[in-house]
Design a protein around this ligand. Structure first.
Ligand code: SAH
Length: 214
């Protein structure tokens, strides 16, 4: 896979456009570093730097760059934080989080996507821990708590196991709704109590579905 001057130029333009609405320079820097076209089917490469969601495997989509930037900014990430991502998909959002210095655990329910994305991330040196599983349950078989939790599919509600796996003082970002979702950001206070969410407008994500898909 190559990152040509043309692709770097298109990416610079994408990031310049994003900077009109995104103020966190660390998010913009990370999105300048991650070659989005590496995460797409080669036939879609020429669209990689337009602000559009694009199809990946299994009828799913890679979120549009402005949505990735917006969700990432809401996380208020610091290097070294433990992040749980629900919906690995193409791995692009995962790569952005890794580039910002987060330690990432990511869950995907579609086996074909998991099988493709886990080795892709490793081959590009993004050290995320990928799991095939049901994001409604969070990360099972461990008692990890996360500084940040990011849901990248449209959830009908906030699943309780995800709220439980957030550290006191942590932040969880989730789009909630059916056809359309409202972006919610939850803070868990120092005593471990989830505070009422802040709201950040409407978005359209593919749905968060139950169970694993083999
Ligand atoms: N972050 C991804 C977005 C992919 S779209 C990217 O940058 O490409 C959302 C993904 O969430 C899809 O791949 C979908 O299969 C996955 N998903 C939906 N419901 C899920 C669940 N319950 N657990 C884990 N992943 C889920």
């Amino acid at each position: 896979m190559q990152d040509t001057f043309l692709q770097q130029g298109l990416r610079r333009k994408m990031v310049d456009d994003l900077s009109r609405n995104i103020s966190d320079q660390k998010v913009l820097d990370a999105m300048m570093k991650v070659p989005r076209h590496f995460f797409l089917d080669p036939t879609l490469e020429s669209h990689a730097y337009s602000d559009r969601p694009l199809p990946i495997l299994c009828g799913q989509t890679i979120s549009q760059p402005s949505t990735v930037a917006f969700q990432t900014q809401l996380l208020e990430l610091q290097p070294g934080m433990k992040v749980l991502e629900i919906g690995t998909g193409s791995g692009y959002q995962t790569a952005v989080l890794c580039t910002m210095g987060a330690k990432v655990w990511s869950i995907e329910r579609q086996k074909a996507l998991y099988d493709k994305t886990k080795p892709l991330l490793a081959s590009l040196n993004y050290r995320a821990h990928c799991f095939l599983g049901d994001g409604y349950k969070g990360l099972t078989d461990t008692d990890y708590l996360f500084d940040r939790i990011l849901i990248t599919c449209g959830a009908p509600y906030l699943p309780q196991p995800l709220a439980d796996q957030l550290k006191p003082g942590g932040i969880l970002v989730i789009p909630v709704g059916n056809e359309e979702q409202e972006m919610l950001r939850y803070h868990k206070d120092a005593e471990g109590v989830m505070q009422p969410p802040e709201t950040f407008g409407n978005f359209r994500f593919v749905p968060m579905l139950g169970g694993r898909q083999f």
